[in-house]
Design a binder for this molecule. Structure first.
Ligand code: KG4
Ligand code: ZN
Length: 340
């Protein structure tokens, strides 16, 4: 059995995974105490992780009908993320590992997301992964477990972050993604004009901060912000985000084809992958290019310990080494941008 903890942001999660790949328990607690602040407050998050873990660690063992003695490997997210939360989760998992004299695997949160579609799908390596979260917007070539080529990323805000910021400007609370998605259906996506930053750039980088600024000016210039205007702004914003993501991914596909780089599968991962309109747009694009499109289940799109346990299992199966001395690193990256 593998026991995993995820505490990099505002979800506190634990999972028990058997070494033959079956989940025996998975608990995700979304911390609710950040809502009134319109974003995650790091200190509140780390204190909440400490409290919640004390409840859900025993609860997940109970659910799995096992005892601590049955755990062979311990793992936790060690970065990137908020340092307080990372320290709480990784220290708890390391302490359990030391107490039982078992190995500890530090897991990179981004690796967890990148491998998350493999939990419910068979994928062929190498596959292209578009990672869209609250902190990252990146394009990777996943060549194998532990071999990730970063092809492009945002130069400023992440996609999820821009959903959150636009929701805040519209007074819609946190997290912004789900609520923007919900009201965008009711709005007119052509109601306003928003910019397309880096439109003619030939790299696979993104930029989203200009859109947030444009939305903030739009909001300021409205004599009155009623429901209809909110719906229209949400629809226009979401549609512009999709236009940007699809344009960049099309460029990535074109580069891959031009360089004769063989891929069969494309994965959309991270919290934003739960957005149906974004998901459908990617599906259509992949169909056009004859790539198979895969994505994690709704539960595995957002932050969760199942993907951390899963990444740990893949590392273990590849004989990769555990490391109890690995220090939580809020900026742990999977590598610098490379060109194909
Ligand atoms: O992967 P994730 O749970 O946490 C990070 O690693 O950051 O992603 C969280 C982000 C938040 O910014 C949230 O607003 C966004 O994912 N998100 C969405 C949707 N659900 C969550 N964005 C757009 N549409 C959604 N349905
Ligand atoms: Zn995440």
């Amino acid at each position: 059995m593998i026991f995993a903890i995820e505490t990099s942001c505002d979800e506190t999660s634990t999972a028990v995974l058997s070494l033959d790949g079956k989940f025996l328990s998975h608990i995700i607690v979304n911390q609710q105490n950040h809502k009134k602040f319109g974003g995650v407050v790091p200190e509140i998050a780390s204190r909440a992780h400490l409290e919640i873990l004390q409840t859900i660690v025993p609860q997940s063992l109970d659910e799995a009908k096992i005892e601590l003695n049955n755990i062979e490997l311990f793992s936790a997210t060690c970065g990137p993320g908020l340092i307080g939360g990372l320290l709480v989760g990784s220290t708890m998992a390391k302490s359990m590992a030391i107490g039982r004299d078992k190995p500890f695997y530090p897991i990179n949160h981004l690796e967890g997301h990148l491998l998350s579609p493999l939990i419910t799908n068979k994928l062929n390596f190498p596959y292209l992964a578009i990672l869209l979260t609250g902190g990252h917007t990146q394009v990777y070539l996943v060549e194998n477990i532990g071999i990730y080529k970063l092809l492009g990323e945002t130069v400023d805000d992440a996609v999820g972050e821009s959903f959150d910021k636009v929701a805040k400007l519209l007074g819609l609370g946190y997290p912004g993604g789900p609520v923007i998605e919900k009201i965008a259906v009711l709005g007119n996506e052509k109601a306003f004009h928003l910019p397309h930053p880096l439109e003619f750039e030939k790299s696979l980088n993104f930029s989203f901060s200009g859109i947030k600024t444009a939305v903030s000016l739009l909001v300021k210039n409205q004599p009155k912000i009623n429901k209809k205007i909110k719906n229209d702004i949400a629809a226009t914003f979401q549609s512009k985000i999709i236009e940007i993501l699809i344009k960049r991914t099309t460029l990535a596909f074109t580069i891959l084809k031009k360089k004769n780089y063989e891929i069969k599968d494309v994965a959309l991962v991270g919290g934003v992958a739960a957005n149906k309109k974004i998901n459908e747009s990617f599906k259509k694009l992949c169909n056009k290019f004859n790539y198979r499109f895969v994505f994690p289940t709704q539960e595995m799109c957002g932050d969760n310990a199942a993907m951390i346990a899963w990444a740990c299992l893949q590392r273990y199966k590849k004989n990769m080494k555990p490391d109890i001395n690995f220090k939580a690193n809020p900026r742990w990256s999977l590598g610098k941008i490379v060109s194909l």
